[in-house]
Design a protein. Sequence first.
Length: 726
Amino acid sequence: MFNKKEVITNQLIIILKLILMPLIVFVILGCNSDGAFTQKGEKNEVRLIQIIYSPKTLGTSSSSIAKGSVIQFTATAIYTDNSKKDITDDVEWVSDTPDTLSIDNTGLALGKDIGQSIIHASLHNLESNTVTVDVTDAIITSIQVTPANTSLPKGQDQRLIAMATFSDATSQVVTGSVTWQPADTAIASVTPDGLLSAVEIGSTSIVAIKDGVTSNTAMVEVTDAIITSIQVTPANISLPKGQDQRLAAMATFSDATSQVVTESVTWLPADTAIASVTPDGLLSAVEIGSTSVVAVKDGVTSNTAMVEVTDAIITSIQVTPANTSLPKGQDQRLAAMATFSDGTSQVVTGSVTWQPADTAIASVTPDGLLSAVEIGSTSVVAIKDGVTSNTAMVEVTDAIITSIRVTPENTSLPKGQDQRLAAMATFSDGTSQVVTASVTWQPADTAIITVTPDGLLSAVEIGSTSIVAIKDGVTSNTVMVDVTNAILIDVEIIPSLFSLKKGDTIDLTIIGKYSDGATNNLNDNPELQISSINTDSSAINSVIEMKGINALAKNDGEALITVKIGSISKTINGVVCSTSSGLCLYYNNHNIDSGAYNVIATVTPSIQHLSKINYTAFSNQYSENGSFGPLGNFASFNKSESVEWCEYLAKEKFLGRSKWRVASSDFLQTLYNNSTNGLFYDFDWATLSSYHTDQDNICYDVGKNIGSVTSCQDSALRYISCISEQ
């Protein structure tokens, strides 16, 4: 409905239009198209008024407008010469139902109520076309989400509100009917009814969408989870004065996690005169009484733990003397001292209960008088208020040591070796006892011999000296010790990894190990004996033939090589093969640079050989079919495994050499260039795979017909050749 002011204003507009209309018509009819007449001399008049509208506000369509929205109408005059002119501000605009759709004198129509209205315009006595407009329900023009900025600890929730503003200027809460869209659901999520949940620490944004309208962007900051509760345990405590008890504080956080916060809370006893608590939660009973304790952190207060401090109690009893040696029939006074939980102490000798472990050996009167009854050992404790004292040991004797004998009485010992001594004590009552570990051993010259507390004699240096044992003031007999030259105790055979090609020879090195830790080359020792025997007793031909220290690989197979010198012997396994796919580790001798130096290069090991020596530090294997290498299976290695394999050969002194390394690409190139028919035909090498080199990510391809440097990852599985230069 229009108010009174609007009615008066409209009436004034109508009066003005009636007065001015003739003048306006005259101007229009007389001034249009460069004159009042056409080119033919005919009078140029308005023959038609056409009105149209154009959408101006969200919610309009070709034939409808939402309540509260506006559309703009325009009026065009069409003259008899078909010229046109905008007369929107000159016509009179009329709505047949102004309560549904009103229109002002500028052609701006406002949807006021749901319904239908017909709009037309007139100028003087000429009417325009009509336009029918449907006014529909108001539509959403904007959505406001609140709060617009939210900081929320991880694990906590907050209610969001979505308020829609409609085209008719009304507003309505639409929280439960919008679609909530968080930018990152890993940080925050929203339920259909607007419950925001902080999922993970971070920043994100949220909008609400309804009927195609998107709200403002609400920013969400998810911070660290906060403490929601603290539980102190134990919740009820009864503690004697002077004693302590550990409290624990467990915090539960907004994200449902929990954490021990014992040392980071603030402990607040209600009465520190009764109980105190250290920063790390140690509760101390100060005085008899009752109080309570809470823990506080980040503004959160725990449950209340109740504390009852009772009378001090005995915490320990000390009996003195703690160790007693007493002749049979004699007495000794014992004392019992009680220490209480509040730190005080008191003599309680006459109020404890004395308990000897064996009353046949010792007895104690109620006032603490210990009596030695019979020879032997026992123990005594004192008990009061459920507390047991330390254990006092009692040794009842009537015999003393009269002599000590050390055996053997005279000994000869090679340098570096040990011998066990024994000390036997004889007592005044004729009994005897081994006292080896309780005597004091005294060598006359520790540069020649030493003795451990338990009697282990060690020969340090060649010479003669003596030793005695002392206990309770009694010195033993004198034992003479003669330290002689060190003796052979073991031998080492080099190489320990014995693997030869058929037809090759190698000189063994025999190293003697002596009792004093010294070593010596025994190759020229006249007592040295070396023999070889086939592992397979049914084999007709010898696998390895020994001539002194020289070993000749005669036939494929396995043999045992035994070295013996005096009573010391050592046996190693030896293998011989005529192909690189056999039991042995195949190799070749090469004179590089016209014989300037000799190099031994190994072929990548066969699976047979690695199985024989129980070596497993390789990743895979290749099967050679006889086209690129000897028929058989060969191990493949990555770069680090290749280095490890060469180091293993050095450690085992393969072929008597202690320096082995991964071959370089230059060496393999030279070796390939020096071959006539390639490494497979000339040297029996497996060549299906390229070989790792000592350069990073570089391999060398020794294929049957080619030899070239190639790039390969150090992790690639390739063959390996180890070389030793000499």
